[in-house]
Design a protein around this ligand. Sequence first.
Ligand code: PXP
Length: 237
Amino acid sequence: MRLGVNIDHIATLREARRGKLPDPVAAAIAAEMAGADGIVCHLREDRRHIKDKDLFLLKEIVKTHLNLEMAATDEMVSLATEVVPDMVTLVPENREEVTTEGGLDVLSNTDWIEDVVRQLRSHNIVVSLFVDPAIEQIKAAAKLNADYVEIHTGLYANAGDLGDVMDELEKIRSIAMAAAKLGLGVSAGHGLDYHNVRDILDIEQIEELNIGHSIVAKAAMIGMERAVRELLQIIRR
Ligand code: PXP
């Protein structure tokens, strides 16, 4: 299974001071050096973390695979066809949300999404649709000629009791099988961490996981001790 590392929240930290650090582009290089199979970033309409400049720089420096998450708007399609990342993942976007809240409703936006998929594919961009684990969405994605579906794992990740966790896991498993049968590539992501990822690994149709927040959170924690020690060395020289 491939790992796509989402670096959005390195940029979130940078934007806390509207400065230059930490740099999501440097984080992408570090992730690739650690063996990541790809880099993922979400350019939001409000540019709250990743900026256009980051995207252009990522296109230059990413050596593995660049997956751009974006809403299916004219502005984003025009940017994507200019930058030409390896893959575009279409996601729903709502200004007020803290993070992506659910999958794209492929069924009620069929004509528009089909047109966006066609435009992106005509620029040799592989197109993935981020969808909830629901069979109608997967069938619609296949009809629109998407290359991949990314199964939204948020409900699984946030499920409270074990019964709900198992139910959500089974939904993801059967949807992954259905998607692969329809000829779609299958990836999964949202809310995955160092614990809940384990059961997902058994689903053989899932080719790729896209994970961000838990990696950035872990990086901050395991780097904390070293960061404090380095500053103390300078202060107590
Ligand atoms: N996949 C998609 C489509 C997303 O929108 C996100 C969040 O930006 C992720 C994966 C990664 O989610 P998380 O940051 O919770 O790992």
